[in-house]
Write a protein that binds this ligand. Structure first.
Ligand SMILES: *Cc1c(COP(=O)(O)O)cnc(C)c1O
Length: 430
């Protein structure tokens, strides 16, 4: 037994599924997850000392790669001054100022400790501001694991074929209306059926939790227009896209003006951070100024603020977003011949530093139900083939890949070479 297998067996005895978050358990691809001892730049090092070229990046936060020296230094220096004060610290305003300066609709920011808290709290605020209960979300979009948002929520849930979770009261789920992406008519019907009762529409502007479902600009524009007409608030969930697609997130890229936006992942630089932001007049409804309660013992703690600020500093100083775009372009270029020669249908969907391998025929899917189950079967084989060659993609066909500033041309080429070998024989062909 390898050290990794031993470590995971030990975890299985005391952690449900051996993990602290379900998709890490390899349930969708089979096999035993590697237990990781360290991360260095573009690589993970497991407890056996084996190195994996990592394209998961802890599912999004590590836009600089693992253990970036500037982040490690900032966190160490902050830790030496104390890890949490339970009182205001300068880092909070500093990080909030960055959001306000960068993001289209942000005038004030509330810091939390996860993306889940950010979306949950933004929805509460929207309900208070509109005096309405209903929330519209889209099938395949994931907004964290708050009860009323765990309805047709993509990724881990698509993977485990659970339409929602046990333990969510029907009354909660009943406040959530689920629409399909890429479907203006369906959305109009939904709005017509619930005139002026919808508090908010929450959306991943670039849905990235159920493959990478690039939306038509016309659909996004129609959605934004109708949301406004109904007096509902538009909440953009930028937990993946915020500060990854650029300073202004997906909103800027797609020309959207949300009422509220939620952040996580990159903004915390690998520490637990989330945030939500919006116009001052809305955000001032939050306690202590307003009547919407929201709190957190470790919210805005100095360690997390230091990691987020250091990450944004490096991104800005190194022209990070332009470099990531170039790296993404290179990935497309290097994978093109590999995908062309593949024994199974294979397409790369790529936006900035996010990418997804779609292993089915035809156009790239734009909605959750356009993803074929057979593609997930093919992915299993590709995933394990890559892992055997020392390359780590996400252990689920529905999850995207993440490029970081630690990746260089040679790493993209290693991925292309490994994928070339795997795809030549995938699907039992040849
Ligand atoms: C990851 C994610 C969340 C939840 O964030 P956590 O920090 O895992 O709670 C919410 N929305 C989107 C779009 C995400 O990708």
């Amino acid at each position: 037994m390898s050290a990794s297998e031993q470590a995971f067996a030990r975890a299985l005895a005391v952690l449900p599924g051996g993990v602290s978050s379900p998709v890490r358990a390899f349930g969708a691809v089979g096999g035993t997850p590697r237990v990781i001892a360290a991360g260095e730049g573009p690589e993970l090092v497991d407890v056996d000392g084996e190195r994996l070229l990592d394209f998961v990046g802890s599912w999004g936060p590590l836009i600089l790669g693992h253990a970036h020296p500037a982040v490690v230094r900032a966190v160490a220096e902050a830790a030496a001054r104390g890890t949490t004060f339970g009182a205001p610290c300068p880092g909070e305003a500093a990080l909030a100022e960055r959001v306000v300066a960068a993001y289209p609709a942000a005038e004030k920011v509330r810091l939390v400790s996860s993306g889940t808290e950010a979306t949950m709290s933004a929805v509460r605020l929207a309900r208070a501001a509109t005096g309405r209960d209903l929330v519209v979300k889209f099938a395949g979009c994931y907004h964290g694991h708050a009860d009323h948002l765990l309805v047709q929520a993509g990724s881990g849930l698509a993977t485990f074929s659970q339409p929602s979770s046990a333990g969510v009261p029907a009354a909660f789920a009943g406040c959530t209306l689920v629409a399909d992406l890429d479907d203006e008519a369906g959305l109009a019907e939904l709005f017509d059926a619930h005139r002026r009762r919808i508090a908010a529409v929450i959306l991943e502007p670039l849905p990235a939790n159920c493959g990478l479902l690039v939306q038509r600009p016309e659909f996004l524009a129609a959605l934004a227009r109708r949301t406004r007409e109904e007096g509902a608030l538009l909440i953009l969930d930028e937990v993946i896209t915020g500060f990854r697609l650029g300073l202004g997130g997906a909103a800027e890229r797609l020309g959207l003006e949300p009422d509220l936006a939620t952040f996580g992942k990159v903004i915390g630089g690998g520490l637990p951070v989330g945030a939500f932001a919006g116009r001052a007049e809305l955000m001032d409804r939050l306690a202590p100024d307003g009547d919407v309660y929201q709190a957190g013992t470790l919210s805005g703690n100095p360690l997390a603020m230091a990691a987020g600020l250091a990450t944004l500093d490096v991104l800005e100083a190194e022209d990070g977003w332009a470099r990531l775009e170039a790296l993404g372009g290179l990935l497309e270029e290097r994978l093109a011949p590999v995908l062309e020669a593949a024994a199974v249908p294979a397409r790369l969907v790529r936006v900035g530093s996010l990418f997804w391998l779609s292993l089915q025929e035809g156009e790239a899917p734009r909605r959750a139900d356009a993803i074929e189950p057979a593609a997930a079967g093919r992915y299993r084989e590709v995933f394990h083939g890559l892992l055997e060659r020392g390359v780590a993609l996400a252990p689920s066909a529905y999850e995207v890949g993440f490029l970081s500033l630690a990746h260089e041309e040679e790493h993209v080429e290693r991925l292309a070479a490994a994928l070339g070998e795997v795809l030549q024989t995938a699907g039992g062909a040849r």
